[in-house]
Design a protein around this ligand. Sequence first.
Ligand SMILES: Nc1ncnc2c1ncn2[C@@H]1O[C@H](COP(=O)(O)OP(=O)(O)OP(=O)(O)O)[C@@H](O)[C@H]1O
Ligand SMILES: [Mg+2]
Length: 281
Amino acid sequence: MCEAQISLRGVSFVFNPGTSRERAALRDISGEIYRGEFLAIIGPNGAGKSTLARHLNALLLPTRGEVLVEGLSTADPANWWEIRRRVGMVLQNPDEQLVAPVVEEDVAFGPENLGLAPAEIRRRVDWALEVTGLAELRLRPPHLLSGGQKQRAALAGVLAMKPSCLVLDEPTAMLDPAGKEEVLQAVLRLHREEGLTVVLITHHMEEAALADRIWVLHGGRLALAGNPQEIFARREALREMGLGLPGPAELAWRLRSRGWTLPEGIVSFEELVAGLKKVLS
Ligand SMILES: Nc1ncnc2c1ncn2[C@@H]1O[C@H](COP(=O)(O)OP(=O)(O)OP(=O)(O)O)[C@@H](O)[C@H]1O
Ligand SMILES: [Mg+2]
């Protein structure tokens, strides 16, 4: 699990350089995203998460620094097609991504562009619609879908390309609780069973807690990086950035501050229960 799939080297990005609307959105970010890992990216509004995501498949190019995808630099336009085939991106706003008159055509759009055989396209479209729970809406025009259904359709279109890395920018923001769970579980199943690298941008700390590693962005900088235990041990630093802890970690912290001798490193509900059992036994 330690082979770098995507490398960021001193990546800075400035919107509208040299104008009155100049805005530094990323500042000197370096790090590796490893093949097969699940990386969560968290940070307050405006931290640069979506801007960073768009650098991972050459939708944006660094103002300074370099992004390499499986060794291919995003700076070279000759690499873009290959990079975008390997790194699938579900944007924060699904309206930016849905183009065809009906859902199934939209999902087929990517595989068609890959030049796959019709039978393989059909197989992938059926599979992607099934995984995202859209099989019954396949003939619906995308503009008549709800926000959550649009988000699923955008995800289906990307999954049908069979990328080796999936970048999801708040993919469950518009979904109801059952839909959130369903889409997240579908993505995590692909991560576990097919080794898909997942980069998940989220405001939900419980979702981030499921990741192998977390990056915390703040003011365009990579402020913290570590596994969920390490990140959620930094309660004060996170609070200063306007971020909280997952529910079980916050509850453990509050109990500890009232004298309960709970173990450190509680992030999940199961860990909290185990810790409480130990205290109460
Ligand atoms: N197209 C743009 N032109 C100019 N500035 C932009 C543009 N898009 C984003 N920005 C600015 O860049 C910074 C980073 O924005 P970005 O969208 O990456 O944040 P984010 O972490 O994804 O926030 P959110 O949690 O709200 O989605 C912000 O200050 C934002 O105002
Ligand atoms: Mg964003």
